[in-house]
Design a protein around this ligand. Structure first.
Ligand code: WT7
Length: 636
């Protein structure tokens, strides 16, 4: 009997124990039964935490798109693979069957090939949430090119940094995108970004909004005429298990983003396995994850995980507030969505609106609700449970990261009793550990510490593109023989995990992972700025918002502060994207620093959060007197 689908808590514990006792045979059985291989692996797992190096299913040969598309054609050819819901509710939804997807991916793959893209080349995908985005991802995988999807909300310079970091040869974008009642000039952003990129030979442009755009001779081409000429089949490139499948950038504690590299076989096995179990997916379900494919959630749980299971996966181009705050629920009713997966920030934003927006719609199709991206607060959890799930749908609070490739800690519906704000139990094969600051594992229950994972799992990122040392330093150096997540967590009396938030310099704003360093770098480019420090503080809708402390140069001190604030936010918007803008900016004469000159962010975080009752010992600071001054001028 296959253990692919877990149905009871007892079964979970059984499966979990087995997965930990013998991880290799556990994953081997799953890999064997549920996927299509051209050649079997020689070795399930080899690893070395020192190097660090992790190899899963080494020696195996496969193509992930055959697993996501071809093998379903015989039994599910006419079934909808991708259900595209446009931004404008009056535009018709598109039901793209597995047969059609097969053909569209083949054509796109042939277009990429005709532009000289080969196995191992990097392709940058900078597209809105339209079918071409999923199709391009799969087309890359079809021919063994490594996709690097850049979220289409990133600015031109953030795009350029990412293109340059991995030397992308081709960029696919669109003439523009729809976002609620607005349109965004994506092609203009690409043109601006590419002024700084030498590696790009070709830009393919999807016509989405019929915009008048400039096409650069010899570089830019409209996609449609190329697709029309393309062959409708494309033989899959046969890949090694450990060949890179994609790069996805995430922010970190220094200015440059980290290009997390995911490889083929382990990622496929784990994303498919977790999709099926966490969402208790059944054949006729209509599954909808509201994330953007520009984030890992979209890679694993809009594209690869669902398609590897032959599922129908909804892709939504728009925003939750357009044409009104009922849009999500209108879509659930319209397409009879069975699993709905979103972020706490969206839940909080919708919970603030009139309940009529929910009550107008029939949500009885829903079976399982999910959340991801940041800790969910109790109030939002209950709102989701009562008003969306009508207390009948299990909620899965799924904890994971870009680096982990798939969900790590989560309830399994109908098996794990959920408790609000707890991600609950590790999925099979996942071995969490809580560590103290001295590097000892904290055993037992009712404890908290730094969350690590002490055994490899198939979908872990294998390296940072072009910088293996940084991979080692960031994830494998804080604790010996462990992967360090950057999160803090507590384990309650029954062994459930609750994620308490980041313990490093990353702030999660509206579910987006933002390193403070790149934002500070952007601010410091302003000619009037001498130094800056960014911290997060609690925000009702966004979870966290950003608070900036800025020291001005003498020349800047006479400037109008409101204008300066606008200019600083504009710079952040230009360098990173609007998601990284600061909610509050305090100008200050100094920042609390340690004797070695390091900014004491802990203190700044407390001040910004209005939590100054226990600032700790500030007497060892280089400049203890500045603390009071910063407190006196705090922006409420
Ligand atoms: C960070 C990873 C994984 C997809 C989206 C974000 C936070 C994520 C939860 C959750 C509490 C969560 C963590 C994590 N996070 N899910 N269910 N409960 N915190 O991916 O951008 O790589 O961010 O998001 O802090 O480390 P990411």
């Amino acid at each position: 009997m296959s253990n692919y689908h877990i149905k009871h808590l007892e079964e979970y514990f059984q499966v979990y124990r087995k997965s930990v006792r013998n991880p290799e045979s556990y994953w081997e059985e799953i890999a064997e039964e549920h996927f299509m291989w051209h050649k079997r692996w020689d070795n399930v797992l080899s690893y070395d935490f020192e190097k660090p190096e992790f190899k899963w299913f080494e020696g195996a040969k496969l193509n992930i798109t055959e697993n996501c598309i071809d093998r379903h054609l015989r039994t599910r050819g006419d079934k909808t693979a991708i259900l595209f819901e446009p931004n404008n509710p009056d535009e018709e939804a598109q039901h793209i069957s597995y047969n059609e997807l097969h053909e569209r991916v083949a054509k796109m793959a042939n277009v990429f090939k005709s532009q000289g893209v080969k196995k191992g080349d990097r392709v940058c995908i900078y597209l809105p949430m339209i079918p071409e985005l999923a199709v391009s991802v799969l087309a890359c995988a079809r021919i063994g090119a490594i996709h690097s999807v850049v979220f289409a909300g990133f600015s031109s310079s953030a795009l350029a940094t990412r293109i340059n970091d991995s030397d992308c040869k081709l960029v696919i974008t669109s003439d523009g995108s729809f976002r609620g009642s607005k349109t965004i000039d994506l092609k203009g952003i690409v043109d601006e970004g590419l002024k700084k990129c030498d590696s790009v030979e070709t830009v393919l442009v999807v016509n989405r909004i019929n915009a008048e755009i400039e096409m650069k001779e010899g570089r830019d081409q409209w996609l449609q005429p190329l697709l029309e000429k393309a062959e409708t089949t494309c033989a899959p490139e046969i890949m090694d298990a450990e060949d890179p499948l994609f790069i996805l950038y995430t922010s970190g504690s220094t200015g440059t983003p980290k290009g997390m590299v995911h490889t083929t076989a382990g990622y496929m096995v784990y994303s498919a396995f977790t999709f099926k179990n966490v969402f208790q997916y059944r054949e006729d379900d209509v599954y909808w994850c509201t994330a953007d494919i520009g984030w890992i959630t979209g890679h694993s749980y809009i594209v690869y995980g669902p398609l590897a299971n032959g599922a129908t996966t909804v892709m939504f181009e728009g925003v939750p507030s357009y044409p009104d705050y009922g849009r999500f629920w209108e879509i659930v009713e319209k397409h009879k969505v069975t699993q709905f997966y979103t972020a706490p920030t969206a839940i909080r934003a919708l919970a603030k609106e009139n309940l009529e927006h929910v009550e107008k719609y029939d949500l009885t199709s829903l079976k399982v609700l999910g959340t991801v991206g940041e800790p969910i607060n109790e109030e939002a959890w209950h709102w989701y449970d009562e008003n969306i799930g009508k207390k009948k749908c299990p909620i899965v609070d799924t904890w994971w990261q870009t680096e982990t490739g798939g969900i790590m800690i989560s309830p399994i519906p109908y098996s794990t009793p959920a408790i609000p704000t707890f991600a609950t139990l590790p999925l099979p094969g996942i071995q969490p550990a809580l560590m103290d600051e001295e590097g000892n594992e904290i055993k037992g229950n009712q404890v908290d510490g730094r969350l690590c994972i002490k055994f490899p799992w198939p979908s872990m990122a294998r390296t940072i593109w072009g910088n293996h040392q940084r991979y080692k330093d960031t994830y494998f150096s804080a604790f010996k023989n462990m992967y360090f997540t950057g999160d803090g967590a507590l384990r309650d009396s029954v062994g459930y995990y609750r994620i308490t938030g980041r313990v490093d310099d990353v702030v999660i704003v509206s579910g987006h992972n933002l390193g403070t360093a790149p934002i500070e770098d952007a601010i410091n480019e302003h000619p009037a700025v001498a130094e800056s420090a960014i911290v997060g503080y609690p925000h009702e809708v966004k979870g966290n918002a950003l608070y900036g402390y800025v020291i001005l140069k003498e020349t800047g001190e006479s400037r109008n502060q409101d204008n300066l604030r606008k200019e600083i936010n504009q710079l952040i918007s230009d360098r990173i994207g609007p998601i990284a803008k600061l909610d509050k900016i305090q100008f200050t004469n100094g920042l609390p620093k340690t004797r070695s000159g390091k900014i004491m962010r802990r203190i700044l975080r407390k001040i910004a959060s209005n939590d100054t009752s226990n600032l700790g010992d500030t007497s060892t600071l280089l400049n203890p007197e500045i603390v009071q001054e910063v407190m006196d001028n705090v922006i409420k």
